[in-house]
Design a protein around this ligand. Structure first.
Ligand SMILES: [Zn+2]
Ligand SMILES: [Zn+2]
Length: 342
């Protein structure tokens, strides 16, 4: 099969073509796995982290890509959930042990044996890939392959962050940072918690105006005090200031959820402004979001079909994966990017 493979870690700045087109043997599914003929694979920021070594793959060469949509081409001997020809998706979680307490409580995203698609196992920048059947999901009919791909990552993780925010209908929700993933969370929250009011903290006036257009009752800058206390806040920024500033707006017992894989060190000093009485006292909590569990992906796909959430996508042929990644890095055009694999 044809695949765009990563052979080593390098800085994008020094190496504009980190992926190379290669001919690889077709993967063979194990008894519990399905073989997928990939049609579309989304391009995600995490691929940049893999290429540049912030989330390094444990072995090379590796096929990246964890927003995969395709059809079942072959089913292993014991597979029961899918048949040849079914349309399926695969997200960041490729497998977990299945036996630990985390796995048994729908929290396999923190299993010690968590394996990531396109990092620990070959992913979707290729004509074929294999995955255990339990880690593949039917795709609702309303979505085209290209529309479904980006939902498998940012959308599903946004859904997990909203679940972890522990909100009840009618309670106030805050969002700090207002990029693509916060837009998705806002749409989900409006649908799931119809009596809740949403408050948005964003750096630019343009983002603040956009938040109000989308239905936020209030929008201000990162350091503003919200006009009402908030039960939960979801942070989607790479910085520390929004955490410290957000905490002061929480109610007693409120929770701030950090939906970011890592925080940058640029404004780490800001943490010294943390004031125990106003930021943490009265049982306020901070919680991070790690990876994604199967339940998040399958529930989010249903929810996205119901709302509906349909991402705008820009399609590139597989051979142009390097260009798609470069444009993502340079933030040239907004909206999801997907690779089409004929
Ligand atoms: Zn991703
Ligand atoms: Zn486990």
């Amino acid at each position: 099969m044809k695949a765009m493979v990563l052979g080593k870690i390098s800085r994008f700045h020094d190496n504009k073509r980190p992926l190379e087109m290669a001919d690889m043997p077709d993967p063979v599914p194990k008894d519990t796995e399905i073989l997928i003929k990939v049609s579309t694979c989304g391009v995600c920021h995490t691929e940049l982290d893999e290429i540049e070594g912030r989330t390094p793959p444990p072995h090379f060469p590796i096929v990246l890509g964890h927003e995969v949509v395709g059809r079942v081409a072959e089913a292993g001997k014991t597979v029961t959930r899918f048949q040849v020809g079914d349309r399926v998706g695969v997200g960041w979680i490729h497998s977990a042990c299945g036996q630990c307490n985390y796995c048994l409580s729908d929290n396999e995203n923190v299993c010690e044996q968590f394996r990531a698609t396109g990092r620990d196992a070959n992913g979707g920048y290729a004509e074929y890939m294999t995955v255990p059947e339990d880690f593949a999901y039917p795709i609702p009919e309303v979505f085209s392959d290209a529309e479904a791909a980006p939902l498998l990552c940012a959308g599903a993780i946004g859904y997990r962050s909203l679940r972890l925010a522990n909100l009840q209908d009618g309670q106030n929700l805050g969002l700090t940072g207002f990029g693509a993933s916060a837009h998705l969370v806002l749409k989900m929250a409006q649908h799931l918690y119809q009596n809740s009011r949403i408050f948005v903290f964003a750096r630019s006036e343009k983002e603040q105006a956009f938040a109000k257009e989308l239905g936020a009752v209030w929008a201000g800058s990162t350091e503003d005090a919200s006009p009402e206390k908030l039960h939960s806040i979801i942070d989607t920024t790479p910085a520390w200031k929004p955490i410290v500033e957000g905490l002061k707006n929480l109610e007693c017992g409120g929770r701030l959820v950090i939906n970011a894989i890592r925080k940058e060190d640029g404004d780490k000093d800001y943490l010294l402004k943390l004031d125990y009485p106003s930021h943490l006292w009265l049982e306020k909590e901070i919680k991070s979001v790690a990876n994604v569990a199967r339940k998040d992906i399958s529930e989010f796909l249903q929810l996205a079909a119901e709302i509906p959430i349909k991402p705008h996508v820009q399609v590139f042929p597989l051979k142009d994966a390097n260009r798609a990644l470069r444009e993502l890095k340079e933030r040239k055009i907004r909206g999801g990017k997907v690779l089409s694999i004929p």
